[in-house]
Design a protein around this ligand. Structure first.
Ligand SMILES: Cc1ncc(COP(=O)(O)O)c(C=O)c1O
Length: 440
């Protein structure tokens, strides 16, 4: 990055600081990963300079022969890897990808989405009232049962009553296997489209570490930057089943992306998606994905043994959700303490959380990124021990319910926590350990 260093030393220094941070911590946000150097190289190519509004062979601007080849390659690789007949690779992010599906299939303000409530592990774009999906479309939200599992009887009852146009399955904070066939039965019964948003688990799906939704659903969406380990971006895929229901489904989705929601695609991003799909088709990726799950299960066992209350009791995939109410510590407090200890994860709501989203009762963590670094099951003992030791520093730190008291508490906690000797010491141990594992 010699040019960057010369032209803009401020941004250069910030990039280097972030590189150092990523190298020295346990990166455990389940939606993050370390993409490959090849993907990063592709993002930084001259493909960034091109405007390619439209689709291959039907562009609005000239000079798109290379962009066409790039996009066709990305489409073909996705079709092969996921086993679907149609793919749109242009959505710039996961939020736009889901909005495009709704725009393609629903009449604004009349069409109805039925998704898992955010508080129970759904995503904002699955019909949350404050998101465009909940503002411009009607939305109803299902929840989980008392064991934090999908409650198919309740989902069916709600679908029969509400008659949604689209049912969304696939989640943001659900640590268990999703039974797509059961969702399909319900969607068929009420005549709804079934959308599987597999953003979190698509890497596991292509590797066979989680069942594929493709035989059961009409549309599959996924971001490309989570377990799939690619650049930021998204895929919208229509299955054979979806095309049988509506042969124009693909075309409708293309139109929803442009002119519906976007202008020009990011060709450098499309090319980097193609690279990540090539990497994800390799046997080494299969091994990697299965290791993610083995690590998550091993970590869940260790945390369980330490008395942590894991939502649903454990993990079948890449993520773990911990309810911290029994430790009498707020999720926001825990996440900040853990960051000082070099363990980076996120605060998260838990089912039936009495607390607001910014100060939720839980934390969410996952193994995709640390597995990319090369950590194995035996290392999870160490990781769990650090988490336990760090959280011991803040256990029984009651969180004020009153807003003003909370603000004073938070201010003091923020300044105190960075000076906590034990947390700083764990952070040093984590750093010494992690720098031994190469980062792409
Ligand atoms: C299930 C799911 N769908 C969609 C998204 C949105 O993706 P993006 O952040 O790229 O807009 C996310 C992001 O976390 C997600 O978890």
């Amino acid at each position: 990055m010699n040019n960057l260093k010369k032209i803009d030393p401020d941004i250069y220094d910030l990039v280097k600081a972030e590189e150092k941070r990523q190298k020295e911590v346990l990166e455990m946000i389940p939606s993050e990963n370390y993409t490959s150097t090849a993907v990063l190289e592709t993002l930084g190519t001259v493909l960034n300079n091109k405007y390619s509004e439209g689709y291959p062979k039907k562009r609005y601007y000239q000079g798109n022969a290379v962009a066409d080849s790039v996009e066709i390659l990305a489409q073909e690789r996705a079709q092969k890897l996921f086993g679907v007949p149609y793919v749109n690779v242009q959505a710039l992010s996961g939020s736009v990808m889901n909005l495009a599906v709704y725009l393609a299939l629903l009449e604004p303000f009349k069409g109805k989405i039925m998704g898992l409530s955010l508080q129970f592990g759904g995503h904002l774009t699955h019909g949350y009232p404050a998101s465009a999906s909940g503002k411009f479309f009607q939305s109803v939200q299902y929840t989980l049962d008392e064991n934090a599992r999908l409650d198919f009887d309740a989902i069916e009852k709600m679908a029969m009553k509400e008659r949604p146009d689209i049912i969304v399955c696939g989640f943001t904070a659900y640590p268990r296997i999703i039974d797509f066939a059961k969702f399909a039965k319900i969607a068929e019964k009420v005549g709804a489209y079934l959308l599987a948003d597999i953003s979190h688990i698509s890497g596991l799906v292509v590797a066979g570490a989680h069942p594929s939704p493709v035989p059961h659903v009409d549309i599959v969406t996924t971001t490309t930057h989570k377990t799939l380990r690619g650049p930021r971006g998204a895929l919208i895929m229509v299955t054979e089943k979806g095309l049988k229901k509506d042969p124009d489904l693909g075309k409708k989705i293309d139109t929803a992306i442009i002119p519906g929601l976007q202008g020009g695609p990011h060709d450098n991003q499309t090319a980097a998606i193609a690279v990540c799909l090539l990497e994800a088709a390799k046997p080494s990726f299969k091994k990697y994905s299965h290791q993610i799950v083995s690590n998550s299960k091993a970590l869940a066992k260790e945390l369980n043994d330490y008395g942590f209350d894991l939502v649903s009791g454990g993990s079948d995939n890449h993520l773990i959700l911990i309810d911290l109410k029994n430790k009498n510590v707020n999720g926001a407090v825990a996440a900040l303490a853990l960051e000082v200890a070099g363990i980076v994860l996120n605060k998260n709501g838990v089912p039936n959380d009495p607390m607001p989203p910014f100060y939720p009762s839980g934390i969410r963590l996952g193994t995709p990124a640390i597995t990319t670094r090369g950590l194995k099951e035996k290392d999870m003992k160490k990781v769990a021990k650090w988490i336990k030791a760090a959280l011991d520093e803040v256990t029984d730190l009651p969180f004020p319910k009153d807003k003003e008291e909370r603000s004073a508490f938070w201010k003091k906690f923020k300044s105190d926590v960075v000076k906590n000797k034990k947390l700083v010491q764990i952070g040093q141990e984590v750093k010494t350990f992690m720098v031994k594992f190469p980062m792409p």
